[in-house]
Design a protein around this ligand. Structure first.
Ligand code: DMJ
Length: 688
């Protein structure tokens, strides 16, 4: 005998679609009901329980599903995205219509991208003219509740760590707004072809009236890290920069005086060349900020302590841009011969670097022995290094009436100008000091090792009174090369960025260093170069701003990767090894140029936010600012214990100039800044 069968299972009968048996709705309902009745109580309860669970789960997951549809998912897995082959690149879409943009007449910026193209291979433009990239939307996620890191605050006086500048009275604010309205009306295309006759004279020291008029800032609550609301060009912001400088200088003075760099956490110093790099890099900044006492004590050190008669290997490029550039700039601002004498001394000691078979200089010089050599592991020099010393050497020749400095650096430019191995004006990153040929060909970047080559093409042309056609030709060609090979947009928010090319493979990687480019493009447009350079500058400036804004600390990482996928998600991807911030200047440098040429106050506001983030996450109690390891971790950004000299030489100087209403303070029609933010005069035109 078999026991009575138990109905602990559900049998499903799949009907034959062609059969007539169950094609009637009434029958089907009856049949379902019959089947339901046939189920045991346990089975029915189980089914009801499962249905209830499904319903609850569906209700709970509804908001997050819709959120994803809206593209506001806060997934963290985007952080770990790896390099992707650039497949299925999206066509450039019109933001409003979502359709592909037709070619338009006018200048072009970006090559059209064929979605069926090979991985990463840029596609020839579809027509003679390609549209300017649509502007990125402003709806980007922000992190309003940034907090200062405990690791930088624990042993410090809170009011020392974060300071708040006082509110501007309402009336003043209204006046400011009216002024801004006027500014907007006046906003003609001032960046086209406005060249004023160059003026060779040194500039008188800036007035400190503005600074002295500002009331001392009140201490703030360190947890309240929202930038204080001050109108965009007020003395409060200038005073905040001066405060930052004083704080940095205090650390340097207390723990690293006369040495190259401050180590603010360990309250000690680091030596690179043993030339007082931070002190020399800071001289003209102090002069511009009106910090008379600090300047006087630094000058005293230069006069009494600074000696270049040292058996020490220095890097030709770094010493030229920081030391020679810093001394020349300070000479022009102050008219003090001391700085010119020191400039001549270091300039002549760097000359042995050019004694090479190819006339392409070695990277290292022993300034005491008068010998030079390449790095131990190669006979190559870095391209940016040998092509970004020209402004300084040319100026030294002009001031000393000794042509030797200008001759050696002009020779390098001549060689590079006619060298094979470029791609539409883009240059490889290395050049051999024996053969004078490019090496590591096929790899192109606007970042490390190539960046200031492009910057100095334009700036030499401006410095020399816009007469040296080869420089202009190389610059214009390079900008076209950038547009053709390196420019792309992110998938999610259409941010325009400059990637890298490695043997035709596109890599959506961009160094923070590339953020010099918006400023340089704007400077070119101001000097009469095509208007679409300015359009591109505006787009790249937005991207560099987003590299800060999208980070939890409000500070950009050293390197970002951009997301080319059309899907929702984040534009900026940061790999764990790239999350550090070295207090670099390039973005605030470009903000300064963009503000000077457009008077758009948003650029000042962006700079203000950056200063605020530096104060929150890099300011070290007791004195100094430090590089940090992780811009994504506001609780522990990981201080690196190093304050680079360019934080005082460049970053704070550009912030001050950005906030200053005095457009004649280092007018861009009279001065050209070297790549370390040291101002050199534009040469007067020769008499006709
Ligand atoms: C500076 O020394 C110069 O700006 C150089 O051109 C690039 N690197 C640093 C700043 O980031």
């Amino acid at each position: 005998m078999y026991p009575p069968s138990r109905k602990d299972f559900i049998s499903l009968t799949l009907s034959d679609p062609h059969s007539n048996t169950y094609n009637n709705g009434k029958h089907r309902r009856q049949s379902c009901w019959r089947k339901w009745k046939q189920l045991s109580r346990l089975q029915r309860s189980l089914i009801l329980f499962l249905l209830a669970l499904l319903l609850i789960f569906g209700l709970l997951s509804y908001p997050s599903i819709t959120e994803q549809w809206r593209g506001w998912s806060d997934r963290e897995d985007w952080l770990e995205l790896n390099d992707r082959d650039v497949k299925d690149l999206p066509p450039i879409l019109d933001q409003a219509t979502g359709k592909g943009l037709p070619p338009v007449a006018g200048p072009h910026v970006l090559p059209a991208v064929d979605p069926d193209a090979d991985a990463g291979a840029p596609v020839e433009p579809r027509g003679p003219n390609i549209p300017i990239l649509p502007r990125p939307p402003t709806k980007i996620k922000t992190f309003p509740n940034k907090r200062g890191p405990p690791s930088l605050q624990k042993d410090g006086n809170i009011s020392d760590t974060v300071r708040e500048v006082k509110q501007v009275p309402e009336v003043a604010q209204e006046e400011e707004e009216e002024g801004q309205e006027e500014d907007k009306e006046k906003k003609i295309v001032s960046w086209r072809g406005a060249m004023i006759e160059a003026d060779q004279a040194t500039e008188t020291p800036p007035s400190t009236n503005e600074r002295e008029a500002a009331a001392p800032p009140a201490p703030a609550n360190p947890a309240d890290t929202v930038p204080p609301e001050v109108s965009s060009g007020t003395v409060d912001r200038l005073e905040a920069v001066c405060d930052a400088f004083r704080h940095a200088w205090k650390g340097y003075k207390d723990y690293a005086w006369g040495h190259d760099e401050l180590k603010p956490i360990s309250r000690s110093f680091g030596e690179w060349f043993g030339l007082g790099l931070t002190l020399i890099d800071s001289l003209d900044t102090m002069w511009i900020l009106g910090l008379k006492e600090e300047f006087a004590e630094a000058k005293d050190w230069v006069e009494k302590e600074l000696s270049f008669d040292k058996n020490v290997d220095v890097n030709l490029f770094e010493t030229t841009i920081r030391v020679l550039g810093g001394l020349l700039s300070t000479y022009h601002l102050t008219g003090d011969q001391l700085f010119l004498e020191k400039a001549k001394d270091i300039g002549s000691r760097l000359m042995p670097a050019f004694k090479t078979p190819s006339k392409i200089p070695f990277s290292d010089v022993n300034i005491g022995r008068g010998t030079a050599h390449p790095p131990r592991w190669t006979s190559d020099s870095t391209l940016a290094e040998v092509t970004s010393i020209q402004l300084e050497f040319r100026e030294l020749s002009r001031l000393t009436q000794d042509p030797q400095y200008q001759e050696v650096v002009n020779e390098v430019m001549k060689l590079v100008h006619k060298l094979p191995g470029k791609q539409d004006g883009l240059v490889p990153m290395f050049i051999n000091t024996n053969s004078g040929q490019f090496t590591h060909k096929g790899v192109f970047t606007l970042g490390a090792r190539a960046d200031s080559y492009y910057e100095y093409l334009l700036k030499q042309w401006i410095q020399g009174g816009k007469t040296e056609d080869d420089l202009l030709e190389d610059y214009l060609q390079a900008v076209e090369g950038v547009k053709k090979h390196l420019l792309r947009q992110t998938g999610p928010n259409k941010l325009t960025f400059v990637g890298e090319l490695s043997h035709t493979r596109f890599n959506p990687k961009m160094d923070h260093l590339v953020c010099f480019l918006p400023g340089t493009l704007a400077l070119g447009a101001h000097n009469g170069l095509p208007g679409d350079h300015m359009d591109l500058a505006v787009q790249l400036m937005e991207t560099c701003h987003q590299m800060y804004k999208q980070m939890e600390t409000g500070l950009s990482p050293e390197i970002v990767h951009f997301n080319l996928q059309a899907s929702d998600g984040h534009d900026v991807v940061v790999k764990p090894a790239d999350r550090h911030n070295l207090l670099r200047p390039e973005t605030v440098e470009s903000l300064f140029y963009m503000y000077r040429f457009t008077k758009d106050t948003k650029y000042r506001d962006w700079g203000w936010d950056i200063l605020h983030s530096f104060n929150n996450y890099t300011k070290v109690p007791g004195g100094g600012y430090t590089s940090i390891n992780n811009v994504r971790d506001p609780v522990n950004p990981g201080p690196r214990d190093k304050m680079e000299s360019f934080f005082l030489g460049e970053t704070l100087k550009y912030l001050y100039l950005l906030f200053s209403d005095d457009m004649e303070l280092l007018s861009l029609d009279k001065y050209v800044f070297n790549t370390e933010a040291h101002a050199l005069p534009i040469w007067p035109s020769p008499p006709k």
